[in-house]
Design a protein around this ligand. Structure first.
Ligand code: GTP
Length: 360
């Protein structure tokens, strides 16, 4: 059992890892860093920042390497989101541990680390910190339960939840536990001394096994609530659907946005269009005559959905144009895509340059 004691995470600093290339999310990350990929029309990283702010964590270091300018342009100094953001840029990707080492000058007490551009959870960070402090841990790894751990980093613990072993992607028959690394950690600054400077070094394969080897206290905090790694287009699709179907909630999204049909500003909807909730439509969209939209569905800014189009379970990003009489079912459509008339597309990820199956 996790030990619960009232502790407040307010004031704790957080390092968010946003430097991965997001290979598994391709083609959605062909031209966009993963942290800017929209979830209900807002970058995933903005959801992560809102989650931290919900727990009073506002000092955030963004550890970046891939397409950093796009992230910096969107978030600036963080004031708009009520955060204080510091950017730590790697010339070459330094890996998950190397990136934290690169932020060392800003870290002087227990700090949180998050895989900020793919993991979404509603875990209580006050409870996580309370557990870390009660165990006097040097590193605490949040663990989440999955039915099939074979695609993940499995973490074995003893009866006191002290970590015994890490096993990367074990075959199902060999996995001794279903608790996996949830991509959320609390670390003490002294562990940074075990990370080589300026080298590519990973948490799971480098730092954590090293801490076990030298006898440091590493604990696993178990959590069975909502957790999702939106690392693939399928998982990304599921995540948006889960939010619209209220299976989980982001502190960034007001209740009315996921409760029925929600239109933003300047929407032009033909009176004959039929829209079945839950549907979220962003600014400046034009929805034509006899269009049918069946939720859960999300439509980004400035889209044109022409006459007689039928959409069901779709995630459409910004400035998409869908030609008359086309039908889309279970599709993700990225920015600036034009779909011709009379198309019938299912289970696909559609970008301006290619269409691939959604079940990648
Ligand atoms: P894939 O390429 O699809 O595996 O995704 P990824 O590497 O972007 O993400 P992965 O889940 O493997 O990485 C976990 C977290 O660490 C994510 O939040 C990544 O953005 C981040 N990350 C991975 N490598 C680096 C790195 O070299 N530097 C920094 N700053 N972050 C990294």
């Amino acid at each position: 059992m996790n030990e619960k004691k009232s502790v407040d995470a307010r004031g704790m600093k957080a390092v968010i890892l946003v430097g991965g290339p997001g290979m598994r999310l391709r083609p959605l990350t062909d031209n966009k860093p993963k942290s800017i990929v929209p979830v209900l029309n807002r970058p995933i990283l903005e959801h992560t920042l809102a989650y931290l702010k919900h727990f009073g964590i506002v000092d955030v270091i963004l550890a970046m390497s891939y397409l950093p300018d796009v992230i910096r342009e969107y978030f600036g100094d963080g004031e708009r989101c009520g955060m204080r953001l510091t950017y730590c840029l790697e010339k070459e990707p330094l890996g998950t541990a190397g990136a934290i080492k690169n932020s060392e000058t800003y870290l002087d007490s227990s700090f949180l680390v998050l895989n900020g551009d793919n993991v979404f959870t509603d875990m209580n960070l006050h409870d996580l910190l309370a557990f870390h402090l009660a165990k006097k841990a040097k590193a605490t790894i949040a663990l989440t339960w999955v039915d099939n751990p074979s695609a993940f980093g499995v973490v074995e613990t003893d009866a006191e939840q002290r970590v015994k072993r890490f096993i990367e992607k074990p075959p199902l028959s060999e996995a001794k536990t279903n608790w996996i690394n949830a991509g959320c950690y609390i670390l003490e600054p002294e562990v940074l001394g075990e990370i080589p400077q300026g080298q590519h070094y990973m948490l799971e394969k480098g730092l954590f096994p090293r801490l076990l080897d030298i006898g440091k206290k590493v604990y696993g905090y178990t959590y069975k609530g909502y957790w999702l790694d939106m690392g693939t287009p399928q998982k990304y699709f599921n995540f948006n659907m889960d939010l619209l179907l209220l299976k989980t909630k982001s502190p960034l999204i007001a209740a009315e946005e996921t409760n029925g049909v929600y239109y933003s500003k300047d929407i032009d909807i033909h009176p004959t269009a039929k829209i079945l909730a839950p549907v979220l439509i962003d600014d400046g969209c034009k929805i034509g005559k006899d269009v049918h939209i069946k939720g859960p569905a999300v439509i980004g800014k400035g889209c044109v959905i022409n006459n007689n189009v039928s959409l069901e379970q779709v995630i459409i990003w910004d400035k998409v144009n869908i030609g008359q009489h086309s039908r889309l079912n279970r599709c993700i459509v990225s920015d600036d895509t034009t779909i011709a008339e009379n198309q019938d597309i299912r289970n696909s990820v559609i970008t301006p340059s290619r269409t691939v199956p959604l079940s990648l």
